[in-house]
Design a protein around this ligand. Sequence first.
Ligand code: NTF
Length: 835
Amino acid sequence: EWPVGQEATWKTALKANDVDEDDVQGVANTIVRHVTTSLARQAGNMDTIAAYQATALSVRDQLIKRWNETTSYHTARAPKRIYYFSIEWLIGRSLDNAVLNLGMKNTYEDASRKLGFNFEDLLNEERDAALGNGGLGRLAACYIDSMATLSLPGWGYGLRYNYGIFKQMLSKTGEQLEAPDPWLDRENPWEIARLDVAYPIRFYGNVEPVANSDKAVWSGGMECLAVAYDTPIPGYATKNCANIRLWSAKPVQGFDLNSFNAGNYEASVHASSEVGNITQVLYPNDNMYQGKLLRLQQQYLWCSASLQDILRRFTKLELPWTQLPDYICIQMNDTHPTIVIAELMRILIDEEDISYDQAWKITTKVFAYTNHTVLPEALEKWEVSLFEKLLPRHLQIIYRINHDFLQQVAKRWPNDNDRLARMSIIEEGTPKYVRMAYLAIVGSFKVNGVAELHSQLLQATIFKDFVEFKGRDHFTNVTNGITPRRWLLQCNPELSALITHSLGSEAWLTNAQLLKNLIPMAEQKEFRKAFDIIKQNNKRRLAEVIEQELGITLNPRSVFAAQIKRMHEYKRQTLNIFAIIHRYLEIKKASPADRKKIQPWTFIFAGKAAPGYYIAKLVIRLIVNVGKIVNNDQDVGDLLKVVFIPDYSVSIAEVLIPAADISVQISTAGTEASGTSNMKLALNGALLLGTVDGANIEIAEDAGEDQCFMFGYLNDQVQQVRYNNSYNPTPLEQRSPELAAVFKHIESGAFGDAGIYDSLLKTVYEHDYYLVSNDFGSYLAAQKLVDELWGGDPEEWTRKAIITSCSMGDFSSDRSVQDYADGIWGVESERVPDN
Ligand code: NTF
């Protein structure tokens, strides 16, 4: 056991570092030790930043201990492991979450108070780890939290971008400006650099076939290293600690001095800085594909390094390769990691001497693929020429995969050339493309969508041919979920305390289904009162932040309606802002007596637009400028406020979500795969104002339709309406006179120079692909129902809010991850024993 030295000395030393969970002085000791040693400061010279850093390092010590125990335990037991590959990890802050999951929040609060600091202030010193765009990246973060909490043997793999999602600022005229997010400028206390864990990665180069075999030799080109950085992720109420391993690109030692730039020192230094580029920055697109070479380099570096790491762990077991699928499963979060399929084939064939057919048998039992969108502009397809240049061997393998696959298709459907063309992994034409989703389906044993409607749509539309070929069982649904630790316990401590008190235990935090036992409490006046006071407190807390940061005074008695998500035409922030302008015009028209009958609303927007997405940026500009007019109009007063909160982030969401009364989820039916802010808002007691789309449908089913305000055209009507909009257009005036009036007002220059919004309005005047004009009337009608309930029966409102919140048990990411574990991964809980 003890490799060197004396066992007794080791044991005493290990014990000396232990801190009991409720040992306030012990925790204070570790904080001060980090100030004076790790941070090299004098004890007296400790500002809030230093206090945060030292506290974070002290928490990190706890995490690392658990991480080590988990790793040893899993190494000894050698269970099947799950690896979650995601190109985005939208973690946000870690300190509060970590102390809560460790069950040490009180201890840390007490220790920091005794050292002269307010723990809340320390929390606010932390920068968000924002290595993601939106739902997809935050989903990965929720899933790793659940994997740890369920004690599953699993790791996440991703990229350590030096720059996360850009910082959003607004110009004086309301335009989005983007600034870099150099989040690593300050030391990141949550990561552990593993400079010894590094793998070589090749790009470009040449391929030489090996005679009489499936093998080839890939050599030359550019080599670099992927270096590992680990972020431990503690589970809740378990010792288990998961890991996110992120890769950073580094030049390989002695880079190119011999081959490529012999005698040219400056050029070789330049080349090494090119390598560093690979993991510089996260691509800022959400639901939008952009075929950049650097992005493919990111994908390959990440996938190759992760796979080498996984295979190294497997080889230590000294088992035959045929048993690989019994020990590992790789879940691909969208198509971004699909190249890993070809990479496993390459390693097995070229480096491990396995035949092509045998390698394919193994490979297709390892991978599962989650699709996150049906939007055509988001589907990845790489130009063959670019692919061939960067990854020549992988292209050969993909051609072989496609060849074998199409032969099987041709055998089943002889002389069906249309089908072959439709299903080919290679899209023929000029230029040719590699269709990554098709490769992902062919190389996986399971494919899933992220909500019921979405999974049905996949099978009925974009993957229809593949359902016919692979069979229904190849496809399934796993509805998304969110972690109740961050999205209730952490962000809404008062509601959490009420729930724990009323249920008499904290068990709901690991079994969210228990929440439904509180539904009967909705009938009790006392409980409603307690629930309502908490909502009021959260609204006041948000109002204070908005007053401070934006100088806008909110009316906490108004309906707080939140639409907080990426800016995108399909999500229809347009529908919302046009309805706001309509409401504004109604208020202006009303007599002072009639105004008294109008219900007060506060519309809150937050979200980033991709830097190259002109229309989405124009919507931001319109929202900001409507806010400037409406918020300062004496006639309007308290009846209407419009707030655009800049630089939306996980930590801003944590303040916004508990304060919302209404959750605005109004995507065109059939476009939002799932949505996850709909779940977070409902869990915190916001009523759903939404279309029949994505997970809204399941939320409304579980909460009960009586609790929700649903409206708009249904998915199966959308095609027809869209067709009519394009081919049998009627004037906007006829489709929606109310919207026509709104457009007239915008065009009059009410919100900035006439003309600036023309290209935005044109998308609705012509084609109206997203059915904004068609759904406008029913959206106004749904808002009217909200008005009636808010003004007419506040008790009933709170009742519905309680029922909604307590019906969200199914949307815990613990349920989602357990579904994946049972239905796809075939992995089981491996809980580190308590002692
Ligand atoms: C997003 N997809 C979807 O647009 C959301 O509806 C969904 O909730 C999240 O994924 C998580 O599943 C993407 O970001 C992508 F990349 F697929 F476009």
